[in-house]
Design a binder for this molecule. Structure first.
Ligand code: ADP
Length: 262
C-alpha cells in the first residue's frame, strides 16, 4: 500500500492566516487560523500550529502551496496559486454542485462562477472599498464594543433593522455612533449593519450573474447574520461550510496534492 501523502495549503490573507494539512488530497489532518495576516508573524504561526496539531514536521509534507493576498511574501511554499483558483477548488470539494461562490474576506469580496465541473468561468471583485468586506464589520464591532464573533447572535435577537444609509465605511461608522448616542436598539443596529454588507455583496453577485447553488466562503461567512441578510437580499439559499474561512487554504492543499499526483 502506498504511503500517506501529506500536503499543506497556506492562505496568507490580508487579515488572517489560515493553514490546512491534508492527507491523500481528501482528509483534513489538522488546520489552524491566526487572526493576523500578511506582513506579520501570523502565517508562520498558523503553519507551526497546524504542523504541531498534526504531529508532523515540515519535511514530511510532500508539497506546500501558498495562496491569498500575501502569498508571494510567504517563502516556505513550493508554489503559489491565486485565491480565485483556491476558493473555486475548495468550494467545489465541499459542495460539488456549487455554481456561484461568494468569498468575503477582511479586505475584499469576490464572486466566482463555476461550471458544472467546478472550473472557474468568470469572476468580479471589490477590492477598492472597505464597505461590504470584513473590515466594515470589524470597524462596526469595535464601535459597538463587541467582537465580530458576537454580531450574529445579536442579529438573531433583532425584531427590526435600523438601516444604515451611508455606503462609505467612515460615514457609516459616524452614523452608527450617532445612533448609539440616541440609545438605538443594539440588535436592530447590528441587523442594519449586516443588511448593508449584504446589499453590497448581492450587487457583486448580480453583476456576475447568480447561478444556484450559491456558496459563501471567507471569514465573513462565519457571521450567520450576514448569511441571513444575503439570503434575504438575493431570495436564495446560501450554503456555508464550517470550513468557510479555511476554504482558500483547503483549496491550496488540494492543489498541492494534485501537483504531486501529476
Ligand atoms: P482574509 O483572507 O482577507 O485575511 P478572512 O477570509 O480570513 O480574510 O476573513 C476575515 C474576516 O472574517 C474578518 O475581517 C472578520 O470580519 C471575519 N471573521 C473572522 N472571524 C470571525 C468570527 N468568529 N465570526 C464572524 N466573523 C469573523
Amino acid at each position: 500500500m502506498a504511503a500517506d501523502l501529506l500536503t499543506m495549503g497556506v492562505d496568507v490573507g490580508s487579515t488572517a492566516s489560515k493553514c490546512v494539512i491534508l492527507k491523500n488530497g481528501a482528509e483534513i489532518v489538522s488546520s489552524a487560523s491566526v487572526g493576523s495576516g500578511t506582513g506579520t508573524s501570523g502565517p508562520g504561526r498558523a503553519v507551526a500550529a497546524a504542523l504541531e496539531a498534526a504531529g508532523v514536521e515540515r519535511a514530511e509534507l510532500a508539497r506546500v502551496t501558498a495562496t491569498g493576498y500575501g502569498r508571494n511574501s510567504f517563502e516556505d511554499a513550493d508554489d503559489t496559486v491565486s485565491e480565485l483558483s483556491c476558493h473555486a477548488i475548495g468550494a467545489h470539494a465541499l459542495f460539488p454542485e456549487a455554481r456561484t461562490v461568494l468569498d468575503i474576506g477582511g479586505q475584499d469580496a469576490k464572486a466566482l462562477s463555476l461550471d458544472a465541473n467546478g472550473r472557474l468561468q468568470n469572476f468580479v471583485m471589490n477590492d477598492k472599498c472597505a464597505a461590504g468586506t470584513g473590515r466594515f464589520l470589524d470597524v462596526m464591532a469595535r464601535v459597538l464594543e463587541k467582537d465580530v464573533s458576537e454580531l450574529a447572535s445579536l442579529d438573531a435577537l433583532a425584531e427590526t433593522a435600523i438601516p444604515i444609509s451611508s455606503t462609505c465605511t467612515v460615514f457609516a461608522e459616524s452614523e452608527v455612533i450617532s445612533q448609539l448616542a440616541r440609545r438605538a436598539d443594539l440588535n436592530a443596529l447590528v441587523r442594519g449593519i449586516h443588511d448593508s454588507v449584504a446589499v453590497r455583496a448581492a450587487s457583486l453577485v448580480r453583476r456576475l450573474g447568480l447561478k444556484e447553488p450559491l456558496v459563501m466562503t471567507g471569514g465573513v461567512a462565519r457571521n450567520a447574520g450576514v448569511v441571513r441578510a444575503l439570503s434575504e437580499e438575493l431570495g436564495v439559499a446560501v450554503l456555508v461550510s464550517p470550513l468557510c474561512q479555511l476554504n482558500g487554504a483547503y483549496g491550496a492543499a488540494i492543489h498541492a496534492w494534485k501537483k504531486v499526483r501529476e
